[in-house]
Design a protein around this ligand. Sequence first.
Ligand code: ADP
Ligand code: MG
Length: 470
Amino acid sequence: MTSQWGRVRSRLQTEVGEAEYRAWLRQMTLGPIEGDEVTVHLPTRFLRDWVRSHYGERLNALWHSEDPGIRRVDIRVGRGLVADGPAESLAPPAASDDAESFAAASATPPVRSHVTRAEERMDGRDTLAVTLEPRFTFDRFVVGKPNEFAYACARRVAERPACTGFNPLFLYGGVGLGKTHLMHAIAWEIADISGKSRAMVAYMSAERFMYRFIAAIRSQSTIEFKEQLRSVGVLMVDDLQFLIGKDNTQEEFFHTFNALVDAGKQIVVSADKSPSDLSGLEDRLRTRLGCGMVADLHATTYELRISILEAKAAAAAVSVPPKVLEFLAHRITSNVRELEGALNRLIAHANLFGREITLETSQEVLHDILRAHDRRITIEEIQRKVAEHWGLRLTDMASSRRARAVARPRQVAMYLAKQLTSRSLPEIGRRFGNRDHTTVMHAVARVGELIARDAAFGEEVETLRRMLEG
Ligand code: ADP
Ligand code: MG
């Protein structure tokens, strides 16, 4: 049981990366196993909720693959029986010397879990410790159409902090598209340029900001906290959407923000939405956030995904057949984090078993990720998109009309349903007005033929597929 737990943790660690593991998962302990359910404990409710929503599914899947008898991982607050051991010792030190000297005035090691008691006992010295992921540098950021603007803005801010028009820099985009990577890259770059001259860069997630703030209130050291924040040259706050509904913290952030901008310091903020779409954030804060440079990270394209995979495989010095890279880029379209996680898992698997990476092993090793992806696209979504594309009604998808203008799109929808979901032919047939599975089979074959013969049609179907996956 302990060794299984050790393996689950180290696999998770490989997948999510060192920094993330340390921040959220290191404090997991194993509780009792009862029947097909295992319990994992975390010390605070905050950590529990976070781990549940961000890693719950992966924990389930990893446990299940270690021990098929386990069907559910229950994540609770408390202390378990088996403390964190092996996974920790496998880990390289999270931060290089650079990172430490870079931690500005801080005397504490930069790596700390986010909500330990020690932190709440804030002594006014460890407030601005910086945890930077060594991998998140500009030269490891792959640039493509969807992110070139955000990348250029980040570069610019790193070269000339607080220059007019770029302050604040507001980066936004969906999860896993590189916001945190760019922010760390700015911090590394500034640290590099200024050497040991203590450029005083503070980077923290919005929740960390909040915890610091609350801890400061509790220990009656808000004045020190504010002074410290206002003493930095560059303040970066990641995932600002977290402050929605946290009015006091927002207020504090707003004042800090104004004080810094007025003093000619650089602010970099990230969020999952643009300032105008962040409803629930105070209007005056929203307005100020939007008045510098707002840059958005778009969903990845196939081309970008391929470049990223190539770069990551090269960085890991592993040869992955182009077919496998194409397969991953086609199938894992949600975000870079998942793409990277999938590749890491393939690499780890290949190392572990000394086997070459092939298309077959990839499908096998990644079956749960691939399945999770399929689940996201429903037959109804496909029908809706296809109908919309050809100006039909949704009901046409299930109707018995056989006019070509209706029948062809319907066939395309069946084809896409076969490709993008894990539904069986009879199931697909049922959803298209109770048609027979042979009709679906025929449609799939027919559309395949047409794609091969007619490039324009092929492109149309490909566009639809991409819209559905993206
Ligand atoms: P976000 O903060 O937007 O949720 P992250 O910055 O944490 O996303 O990125 C998730 C993972 O994907 C990280 O490991 C990061 O290095 C990687 N990543 C994202 N975009 C790129 C890119 N363009 N090139 C290389 N790696 C990337
Ligand atoms: Mg992030």
